[in-house]
Design a protein around this ligand. Structure first.
Ligand code: 6CS
Ligand code: FE
Length: 297
């Protein structure tokens, strides 16, 4: 595929009318052997996500919490652009590119349990498109409004097709009441084209609270009327694999119970980024890895 001629098969933020388009890519790319069973693959294909309970042992969760604690400490008061604070406060919300800045998270991002699952679903070698820690602390952790990650990665980063998989590793028990992730099952089969032009350097605002690239209410209603909303629940140590285009979001966390997670996005090497479909400058390295820095895992 030439970088100059990549066709925009998922136009979004082009006008003043939303639209729901059919997905034009498979969700499961091959029938390869790997850690996921055919029942797992079918569940992922039909629903757009797969919950792997107890993927990480208690000792690994304890180690990852320690690694995360170190990042939390370093990020306090940091002016680094990878550190994102909650809207309207200086509480740290997310830290991006931890697989680059921290050796321990670099190792976790290469964990064969995750990599082999990603390779199996995407049927190719993969690299880390984005990594982040979401802290969602007790009392102060704010919501993430409904969105498809792919919509942003396509418009703002130039990810051409839906051939990426996110993996969220849960470092706390996820209950219905501590700001856990909600997904609309099957929504990955539709692309909700959003309204409005993307402002310059939108990411500086959107990572605290997103305003562009958010779906309209009628489209959300349509998706939820068809397939409802699910909130996967599991103990710390679970990992949730989810398609890059599934519609998801989460409520704020007013409980005392943190909901920390580590998030790695694996993209197929056959789906490398092209210039953003918005026509704007690409977002910075810590949000979207581009050639020539690509490290195939
Ligand atoms: O803008 C992004 O790339 C990120 N924003 C959200 C709300 N979710 C996915 C991704 O980490
Ligand atoms: Fe997201």
């Amino acid at each position: 595929m030439s970088l100059l001629t990549a066709e925009d098969v998922y136009p979004s933020r082009m006008g003043d009318r939303p639209a729901i388009l059919e997905r034009r890519d498979p969700a499961i790319y091959g029938k390869n052997a790997g850690p996921l069973s055919s029942a797992d693959l079918n569940h992922y294909r039909d629903n757009g996500f797969l919950l792997l309970e107890n993927l990480f042992a208690a000792a690994e969760v304890a180690q990852m919490r320690e690694d995360l604690g170190r990042i939390w400490q370093h990020s306090q008061g940091s002016q680094a652009p990878e550190v994102i604070c909650e809207p309207g406060s200086d509480v740290v919300r997310s830290v991006f590119a931890v697989h680059e800045s921290d050796q321990a998270f670099n190792r976790w991002s290469r964990d064969p349990r995750l990599l082999n699952a990603a390779r199996q679903v995407l049927d190719s070698d993969v690299y880390v498109h984005q990594s982040r820690i979401n802290f969602k602390p007790g009392f102060t952790g704010q919501e993430f409004y409904w969105h498809s990650d792919f919509e942003t990665w396509h418009v703002e980063d130039g990810m051409p097709r839906m051939r990426a998989l996110s993996c969220s590793i849960w470092l706390d028990d996820n209950f219905p009441y501590n700001g856990s992730l909600m997904v609309i099952p099957h929504s990955h089969q539709y692309f909700v084209a959003c309204m409005g032009q993307t402002p310059k350097e939108h990411y500086k605002q959107s990572l605290r609270r997103q305003e562009y690239g958010v779906p309209d209410q009628d489209s959300l209603r349509w998706l939820v009327e068809r397939d409802g909303i699910l909130m996967p629940e599991a103990k710390a140590g679970a990992a949730l694999l989810f398609d890059c285009n599934i519609m998801h979001g989460s409520n704020s966390n007013i409980t005392p119970l943190a909901r920390r997670n580590v998030f790695f996005v694996y993209n197929s090497v056959e789906n490398q980024l092209v210039p953003p479909f918005s026509g704007a400058e690409p977002r910075p390295w810590f949000l979207a890895h581009r050639d020539p820095e690509l490290v195939v895992l």
